[in-house]
Design a protein around this ligand. Sequence first.
Ligand SMILES: C[S@@+](CC[C@H](N)C(=O)[O-])C[C@H]1O[C@@H](n2cnc3c(N)ncnc32)[C@H](O)[C@@H]1O
Length: 377
Amino acid sequence: MEENFKIIATTFKGLEQTLAEEVRELGGQRPKTLVRAVSFYGDMGFLYKANLKLSTALRILRPIAHLRNIKSVAVLYNKIYDIPWEEYFDADKTVFFHVSGRLDGIPHTHFVSQKVKDALVDRFRDRTGRRPRVDNREAQIHINLHMFRDQMSVALDSSGDPLFKRGYRKATGKAPLNEVLAAGLIRLAGWKGDRHLIDPMCGSGTIPIEAALQAMQVPPGIFRESFSFMHWKDFDAELYEHIRQAMLKRVREPFEMIKILGYDKDGRMIDKARMNAEAAGVDDFVRFEQKDFFRTEKIPGPVTLIFNPPYDQRLSLRDKEDFFRRVAAHLKEHYRWSTVWILSDIPLGRYFGRRPFRTYKLVNGKIDVFFSGFNIE
Ligand SMILES: C[S@@+](CC[C@H](N)C(=O)[O-])C[C@H]1O[C@@H](n2cnc3c(N)ncnc32)[C@H](O)[C@@H]1O
Protein backbone atom coordinates (compact mmCIF):
# COMPACT_ATOMS: atom_id res chain seq x y z
CA MET A 1 0.00 0.00 0.00
CA GLU A 2 1.28 3.40 -0.89
CA GLU A 3 1.54 5.90 1.89
CA ASN A 4 -0.59 8.96 2.32
CA PHE A 5 1.08 12.33 1.98
CA LYS A 6 -0.06 15.91 2.39
CA ILE A 7 -1.86 17.47 -0.55
CA ILE A 8 -3.04 21.08 -0.92
CA ALA A 9 -5.88 22.12 -3.22
CA THR A 10 -6.14 25.85 -3.95
CA THR A 11 -9.37 27.69 -4.70
CA PHE A 12 -10.98 31.14 -4.84
CA LYS A 13 -11.56 33.21 -1.73
CA GLY A 14 -14.90 32.23 -0.17
CA LEU A 15 -14.97 28.68 -1.57
CA GLU A 16 -12.73 27.05 1.05
CA GLN A 17 -15.57 25.36 2.96
CA THR A 18 -17.19 24.16 -0.23
CA LEU A 19 -13.91 22.67 -1.43
CA ALA A 20 -13.33 21.01 1.96
CA GLU A 21 -16.75 19.35 1.67
CA GLU A 22 -15.90 18.10 -1.80
CA VAL A 23 -12.58 16.72 -0.53
CA ARG A 24 -14.41 14.91 2.28
CA GLU A 25 -17.01 13.46 -0.13
CA LEU A 26 -14.22 12.15 -2.35
CA GLY A 27 -12.52 10.46 0.61
CA GLY A 28 -9.66 12.86 1.42
CA GLN A 29 -8.24 12.42 4.92
CA ARG A 30 -8.27 15.20 7.52
CA PRO A 31 -9.35 18.12 5.30
CA LYS A 32 -8.44 21.48 6.82
CA THR A 33 -9.43 24.87 5.43
CA LEU A 34 -6.66 27.42 4.87
CA VAL A 35 -6.75 30.82 3.15
CA ARG A 36 -7.87 30.14 -0.46
CA ALA A 37 -6.89 26.48 -0.03
CA VAL A 38 -7.66 23.19 1.70
CA SER A 39 -5.05 20.71 2.91
CA PHE A 40 -5.71 16.98 3.24
CA TYR A 41 -3.96 13.62 3.08
CA GLY A 42 -4.15 10.98 0.40
CA ASP A 43 -2.07 8.68 -1.78
CA MET A 44 -1.03 9.10 -5.41
CA GLY A 45 -4.31 7.66 -6.68
CA PHE A 46 -6.17 10.21 -4.60
CA LEU A 47 -4.08 13.00 -6.10
CA TYR A 48 -5.16 11.85 -9.59
CA LYS A 49 -8.79 11.67 -8.39
CA ALA A 50 -8.58 15.16 -6.91
CA ASN A 51 -7.44 16.57 -10.26
CA LEU A 52 -10.23 14.87 -12.16
CA LYS A 53 -13.09 15.35 -9.74
CA LEU A 54 -12.78 18.39 -7.45
CA SER A 55 -14.96 20.95 -9.23
CA THR A 56 -14.03 23.85 -6.93
CA ALA A 57 -10.24 23.33 -6.91
CA LEU A 58 -7.91 25.48 -9.00
CA ARG A 59 -4.69 23.51 -8.51
CA ILE A 60 -3.63 20.38 -6.65
CA LEU A 61 -0.23 20.81 -5.03
CA ARG A 62 2.13 18.17 -3.65
CA PRO A 63 4.41 19.84 -1.07
CA ILE A 64 7.96 18.48 -1.24
CA ALA A 65 9.92 20.79 1.10
CA HIS A 66 9.47 23.52 3.65
CA LEU A 67 12.57 25.70 3.90
CA ARG A 68 13.23 27.82 7.00
CA ASN A 69 15.72 30.48 8.06
CA ILE A 70 16.33 31.81 4.58
CA LYS A 71 18.38 34.79 5.61
CA SER A 72 20.24 35.31 2.33
CA VAL A 73 20.21 34.40 -1.32
CA ALA A 74 23.18 32.06 -0.78
CA VAL A 75 21.21 30.13 1.85
CA LEU A 76 18.22 29.93 -0.50
CA TYR A 77 20.44 28.55 -3.27
CA ASN A 78 21.87 25.84 -0.99
CA LYS A 79 18.52 24.76 0.39
CA ILE A 80 16.99 24.47 -3.07
CA TYR A 81 20.08 22.58 -4.27
CA ASP A 82 19.57 20.05 -1.46
CA ILE A 83 16.10 19.04 -2.68
CA PRO A 84 16.42 15.69 -4.57
CA TRP A 85 14.77 17.09 -7.73
CA GLU A 86 16.04 14.28 -9.97
CA GLU A 87 13.89 11.84 -7.97
CA TYR A 88 10.73 13.70 -9.02
CA PHE A 89 11.30 14.27 -12.74
CA ASP A 90 13.85 13.78 -15.53
CA ALA A 91 16.25 16.36 -16.92
CA ASP A 92 14.57 16.31 -20.35
CA LYS A 93 11.40 17.95 -18.94
CA THR A 94 10.58 21.64 -19.25
CA VAL A 95 9.89 23.53 -16.01
CA PHE A 96 8.04 26.64 -14.88
CA PHE A 97 8.09 28.39 -11.48
CA HIS A 98 4.99 29.97 -9.91
CA VAL A 99 6.22 32.38 -7.25
CA SER A 100 4.06 34.11 -4.64
CA GLY A 101 4.62 36.05 -1.41
CA ARG A 102 8.00 37.48 -0.52
CA LEU A 103 11.00 36.86 1.67
CA ASP A 104 11.98 39.38 4.33
CA GLY A 105 15.03 41.33 3.20
CA ILE A 106 15.38 39.67 -0.22
CA PRO A 107 14.29 41.74 -3.20
CA HIS A 108 11.66 41.02 -5.82
CA THR A 109 10.40 37.64 -6.94
CA HIS A 110 12.08 37.51 -10.34
CA PHE A 111 15.42 37.50 -8.56
CA VAL A 112 14.23 34.69 -6.29
CA SER A 113 13.00 32.49 -9.15
CA GLN A 114 16.32 33.09 -10.93
CA LYS A 115 18.23 31.78 -7.90
CA VAL A 116 15.91 28.82 -7.51
CA LYS A 117 16.30 27.99 -11.18
CA ASP A 118 20.11 28.17 -10.94
CA ALA A 119 20.14 25.81 -7.94
CA LEU A 120 17.81 23.30 -9.62
CA VAL A 121 19.70 23.36 -12.91
CA ASP A 122 23.09 23.03 -11.17
CA ARG A 123 21.86 20.06 -9.18
CA PHE A 124 20.61 18.27 -12.30
CA ARG A 125 23.84 19.00 -14.15
CA ASP A 126 25.97 17.74 -11.26
CA ARG A 127 23.94 14.55 -10.79
CA THR A 128 22.91 13.62 -14.32
CA GLY A 129 25.09 15.64 -16.71
CA ARG A 130 21.91 17.11 -18.22
CA ARG A 131 19.56 19.93 -17.24
CA PRO A 132 15.86 20.81 -17.62
CA ARG A 133 14.90 23.84 -19.68
CA VAL A 134 12.68 26.64 -18.40
CA ASP A 135 9.56 27.19 -20.50
CA ASN A 136 7.28 30.09 -19.63
CA ARG A 137 4.37 29.00 -21.80
CA GLU A 138 3.93 25.25 -22.01
CA ALA A 139 6.06 23.71 -19.30
CA GLN A 140 5.55 20.09 -18.31
CA ILE A 141 6.69 20.46 -14.70
CA HIS A 142 5.15 23.25 -12.60
CA ILE A 143 6.92 24.22 -9.39
CA ASN A 144 5.05 26.28 -6.83
CA LEU A 145 7.04 28.48 -4.43
CA HIS A 146 5.30 30.32 -1.66
CA MET A 147 7.31 32.69 0.53
CA PHE A 148 6.48 34.05 3.95
CA ARG A 149 8.88 35.90 6.27
CA ASP A 150 12.10 33.83 6.04
CA GLN A 151 10.38 30.64 4.91
CA MET A 152 9.50 29.04 1.60
CA SER A 153 7.19 26.15 0.89
CA VAL A 154 8.09 24.23 -2.23
CA ALA A 155 5.47 22.13 -3.98
CA LEU A 156 5.01 20.37 -7.28
CA ASP A 157 1.83 21.62 -8.94
CA SER A 158 0.28 18.38 -10.13
CA SER A 159 -2.31 20.12 -12.31
CA GLY A 160 -0.17 22.30 -14.59
CA ASP A 161 -2.82 24.32 -16.39
CA PRO A 162 -5.26 25.50 -13.70
CA LEU A 163 -8.26 23.21 -13.29
CA PHE A 164 -10.82 25.77 -14.46
CA LYS A 165 -9.44 24.99 -17.90
CA ARG A 166 -11.78 22.03 -18.21
CA GLY A 167 -11.34 21.66 -21.94
CA TYR A 168 -15.01 22.02 -22.95
CA ARG A 169 -15.34 25.78 -23.30
CA LYS A 170 -14.78 26.59 -26.94
CA ALA A 171 -16.39 30.02 -27.10
CA THR A 172 -17.07 32.75 -24.55
CA GLY A 173 -18.60 36.20 -24.33
CA LYS A 174 -17.06 39.34 -22.87
CA ALA A 175 -17.45 38.39 -19.21
CA PRO A 176 -17.54 34.61 -18.89
CA LEU A 177 -17.81 33.22 -15.39
CA ASN A 178 -14.86 31.13 -14.29
CA GLU A 179 -15.82 27.42 -14.35
CA VAL A 180 -14.55 26.82 -10.80
CA LEU A 181 -16.55 29.76 -9.49
CA ALA A 182 -19.66 28.56 -11.37
CA ALA A 183 -19.29 25.08 -9.82
CA GLY A 184 -18.93 26.74 -6.41
CA LEU A 185 -22.09 28.84 -6.87
CA ILE A 186 -24.13 25.73 -7.68
CA ARG A 187 -22.85 23.97 -4.58
CA LEU A 188 -23.33 27.04 -2.34
CA ALA A 189 -26.90 27.33 -3.62
CA GLY A 190 -27.43 23.76 -2.43
CA TRP A 191 -28.73 22.60 -5.81
CA LYS A 192 -28.52 18.82 -6.02
CA GLY A 193 -30.14 18.10 -9.36
CA ASP A 194 -33.57 17.62 -7.78
CA ARG A 195 -35.25 20.88 -8.88
CA HIS A 196 -35.43 22.76 -12.16
CA LEU A 197 -32.47 25.08 -12.60
CA ILE A 198 -32.58 28.24 -14.70
CA ASP A 199 -29.79 30.67 -15.48
CA PRO A 200 -31.80 33.48 -17.08
CA MET A 201 -28.73 35.44 -18.25
CA CYS A 202 -26.47 32.54 -19.10
CA GLY A 203 -23.94 34.05 -21.54
CA SER A 204 -21.72 31.20 -22.76
CA GLY A 205 -23.59 28.76 -20.51
CA THR A 206 -21.07 28.04 -17.76
CA ILE A 207 -23.61 27.70 -14.91
CA PRO A 208 -26.03 25.33 -16.71
CA ILE A 209 -23.14 23.24 -18.06
CA GLU A 210 -21.42 22.91 -14.67
CA ALA A 211 -24.82 22.09 -13.13
CA ALA A 212 -25.39 19.30 -15.65
CA LEU A 213 -21.89 17.91 -15.00
CA GLN A 214 -22.65 17.87 -11.25
CA ALA A 215 -26.07 16.26 -11.66
CA MET A 216 -24.58 13.59 -13.90
CA GLN A 217 -21.53 13.09 -11.68
CA VAL A 218 -19.23 13.78 -14.64
CA PRO A 219 -15.71 14.52 -13.36
CA PRO A 220 -15.09 18.05 -14.66
CA GLY A 221 -11.44 17.24 -15.41
CA ILE A 222 -12.32 14.30 -17.65
CA PHE A 223 -12.03 16.38 -20.86
CA ARG A 224 -8.43 17.35 -20.21
CA GLU A 225 -5.70 15.64 -22.11
CA SER A 226 -2.92 16.44 -19.72
CA PHE A 227 -2.01 17.15 -16.14
CA SER A 228 1.47 17.97 -14.94
CA PHE A 229 1.65 14.80 -12.82
CA MET A 230 1.81 12.81 -16.06
CA HIS A 231 5.38 14.08 -16.43
CA TRP A 232 6.52 12.96 -13.00
CA LYS A 233 8.92 10.05 -12.69
CA ASP A 234 6.51 8.07 -10.53
CA PHE A 235 3.47 8.59 -12.81
CA ASP A 236 1.44 5.38 -12.83
CA ALA A 237 -0.42 5.49 -16.14
CA GLU A 238 -2.25 2.25 -15.42
CA LEU A 239 -3.54 3.48 -12.06
CA TYR A 240 -4.60 6.79 -13.64
CA GLU A 241 -6.53 5.05 -16.40
CA HIS A 242 -8.16 2.72 -13.89
CA ILE A 243 -9.34 5.71 -11.80
CA ARG A 244 -10.58 7.54 -14.88
CA GLN A 245 -12.58 4.56 -16.09
CA ALA A 246 -14.06 3.92 -12.64
CA MET A 247 -15.24 7.55 -12.51
CA LEU A 248 -16.74 7.32 -16.00
CA LYS A 249 -18.69 4.24 -14.94
CA ARG A 250 -20.38 6.28 -12.22
CA VAL A 251 -21.72 8.88 -14.68
CA ARG A 252 -25.52 8.80 -14.75
CA GLU A 253 -28.25 10.64 -16.59
CA PRO A 254 -29.93 13.44 -14.63
CA PHE A 255 -33.48 12.96 -13.31
CA GLU A 256 -35.73 12.82 -16.33
CA MET A 257 -38.24 15.31 -14.98
CA ILE A 258 -35.66 17.96 -14.09
CA LYS A 259 -34.96 20.74 -16.53
CA ILE A 260 -31.70 22.68 -16.72
CA LEU A 261 -32.28 25.84 -18.76
CA GLY A 262 -30.21 28.79 -19.92
CA TYR A 263 -31.63 31.98 -21.40
CA ASP A 264 -29.85 34.97 -22.88
CA LYS A 265 -31.27 37.85 -24.87
CA ASP A 266 -28.24 37.73 -27.17
CA GLY A 267 -28.59 35.00 -29.81
CA ARG A 268 -24.84 34.83 -30.39
CA MET A 269 -24.34 33.86 -26.75
CA ILE A 270 -26.92 31.10 -27.10
CA ASP A 271 -24.98 29.69 -30.09
CA LYS A 272 -21.82 29.68 -28.00
CA ALA A 273 -23.53 28.09 -25.00
CA ARG A 274 -24.88 25.30 -27.23
CA MET A 275 -21.43 24.70 -28.69
CA ASN A 276 -19.89 24.46 -25.21
CA ALA A 277 -22.63 22.14 -23.94
CA GLU A 278 -21.99 19.85 -26.89
CA ALA A 279 -18.25 19.81 -26.18
CA ALA A 280 -19.04 18.91 -22.56
CA GLY A 281 -21.36 16.11 -23.70
CA VAL A 282 -24.36 17.56 -21.84
CA ASP A 283 -26.29 19.00 -24.80
CA ASP A 284 -29.07 16.42 -24.37
CA PHE A 285 -29.70 17.58 -20.82
CA VAL A 286 -29.40 21.38 -20.99
CA ARG A 287 -31.68 23.56 -23.07
CA PHE A 288 -30.62 27.04 -24.19
CA GLU A 289 -33.12 29.57 -25.53
CA GLN A 290 -32.80 33.11 -26.77
CA LYS A 291 -35.08 35.05 -24.43
CA ASP A 292 -35.21 38.38 -22.72
CA PHE A 293 -35.48 37.60 -19.02
CA PHE A 294 -38.04 40.37 -18.57
CA ARG A 295 -40.39 38.47 -20.88
CA THR A 296 -40.04 35.06 -19.23
CA GLU A 297 -42.27 33.26 -16.79
CA LYS A 298 -41.74 30.49 -14.30
CA ILE A 299 -42.06 26.93 -15.56
CA PRO A 300 -44.27 24.57 -13.51
CA GLY A 301 -42.72 23.05 -10.37
CA PRO A 302 -40.20 24.37 -7.85
CA VAL A 303 -37.42 26.33 -9.56
CA THR A 304 -33.95 27.46 -8.53
CA LEU A 305 -32.50 30.39 -10.46
CA ILE A 306 -28.77 31.09 -10.35
CA PHE A 307 -27.28 33.93 -12.32
CA ASN A 308 -24.62 36.51 -12.66
CA PRO A 309 -26.20 39.51 -14.34
CA PRO A 310 -23.95 41.91 -16.24
CA TYR A 311 -22.16 44.27 -13.91
CA ASP A 312 -20.79 46.69 -16.32
CA GLN A 313 -18.62 48.97 -14.24
CA ARG A 314 -19.16 51.69 -16.80
CA LEU A 315 -22.88 51.74 -16.10
CA SER A 316 -24.05 54.64 -14.02
CA LEU A 317 -25.37 53.78 -10.59
CA ARG A 318 -28.79 54.94 -11.68
CA ASP A 319 -28.92 52.54 -14.61
CA LYS A 320 -27.69 49.77 -12.34
CA GLU A 321 -30.34 50.58 -9.74
CA ASP A 322 -32.99 50.58 -12.41
CA PHE A 323 -31.79 47.21 -13.73
CA PHE A 324 -31.87 45.48 -10.33
CA ARG A 325 -35.21 47.07 -9.46
CA ARG A 326 -36.63 45.54 -12.64
CA VAL A 327 -34.98 42.16 -11.96
CA ALA A 328 -36.49 42.00 -8.45
CA ALA A 329 -39.91 43.19 -9.63
CA HIS A 330 -39.98 40.64 -12.45
CA LEU A 331 -38.96 37.81 -10.12
CA LYS A 332 -41.65 38.76 -7.61
CA GLU A 333 -44.31 38.93 -10.24
CA HIS A 334 -43.42 35.91 -12.39
CA TYR A 335 -41.34 33.53 -10.26
CA ARG A 336 -43.42 33.05 -7.15
CA TRP A 337 -42.27 30.21 -4.85
CA SER A 338 -38.87 30.08 -6.51
CA THR A 339 -35.45 30.41 -4.92
CA VAL A 340 -33.14 32.84 -6.63
CA TRP A 341 -29.38 33.21 -6.18
CA ILE A 342 -27.70 36.27 -7.66
CA LEU A 343 -24.01 37.15 -7.91
CA SER A 344 -23.68 40.92 -7.76
CA ASP A 345 -21.21 43.61 -6.82
CA ILE A 346 -23.78 45.44 -4.66
CA PRO A 347 -26.12 44.13 -1.92
CA LEU A 348 -29.58 43.53 -3.40
CA GLY A 349 -31.75 43.32 -0.27
CA ARG A 350 -33.42 46.68 -0.75
CA TYR A 351 -34.66 45.79 -4.24
CA PHE A 352 -36.40 42.72 -2.85
CA GLY A 353 -37.66 44.60 0.18
CA ARG A 354 -36.01 42.09 2.51
CA ARG A 355 -32.66 40.69 3.46
CA PRO A 356 -31.36 37.60 1.64
CA PHE A 357 -31.75 34.39 3.67
CA ARG A 358 -28.08 33.74 2.98
CA THR A 359 -25.16 35.73 1.57
CA TYR A 360 -21.66 34.57 0.69
CA LYS A 361 -18.80 36.97 0.01
CA LEU A 362 -16.80 35.90 -3.01
CA VAL A 363 -14.40 37.34 -5.56
CA ASN A 364 -15.17 37.31 -9.28
CA GLY A 365 -12.05 38.18 -11.26
CA LYS A 366 -10.76 41.09 -9.24
CA ILE A 367 -14.19 42.30 -8.08
CA ASP A 368 -15.54 41.67 -4.56
CA VAL A 369 -19.04 40.25 -4.98
CA PHE A 370 -22.02 38.99 -2.97
CA PHE A 371 -23.81 35.74 -3.73
CA SER A 372 -27.23 36.13 -2.15
CA GLY A 373 -30.22 33.84 -1.95
CA PHE A 374 -33.85 35.04 -1.79
CA ASN A 375 -37.06 33.05 -1.50
CA ILE A 376 -39.72 34.63 -3.69
CA GLU A 377 -43.11 34.44 -1.99
C1 LIG B 1 -22.00 38.51 -17.06
S1 LIG B 1 -22.76 37.78 -18.46
C2 LIG B 1 -23.05 36.12 -17.96
C3 LIG B 1 -21.84 35.26 -18.17
C4 LIG B 1 -22.12 33.79 -18.06
N1 LIG B 1 -22.36 33.37 -16.69
C5 LIG B 1 -21.03 32.98 -18.71
O1 LIG B 1 -20.48 32.09 -18.06
O2 LIG B 1 -20.65 33.24 -19.86
C6 LIG B 1 -24.33 38.50 -18.47
C7 LIG B 1 -25.21 38.06 -19.63
O3 LIG B 1 -26.51 38.60 -19.39
C8 LIG B 1 -27.14 38.80 -20.64
N2 LIG B 1 -28.30 39.69 -20.44
C9 LIG B 1 -28.32 41.00 -20.09
N3 LIG B 1 -29.58 41.44 -19.95
C10 LIG B 1 -30.40 40.38 -20.23
C11 LIG B 1 -31.81 40.19 -20.26
N4 LIG B 1 -32.65 41.20 -20.02
N5 LIG B 1 -32.28 38.97 -20.56
C12 LIG B 1 -31.46 37.94 -20.84
N6 LIG B 1 -30.10 38.06 -20.82
C13 LIG B 1 -29.58 39.27 -20.53
C14 LIG B 1 -26.03 39.36 -21.51
O4 LIG B 1 -26.30 39.15 -22.88
C15 LIG B 1 -24.81 38.56 -21.00
O5 LIG B 1 -24.54 37.46 -21.84
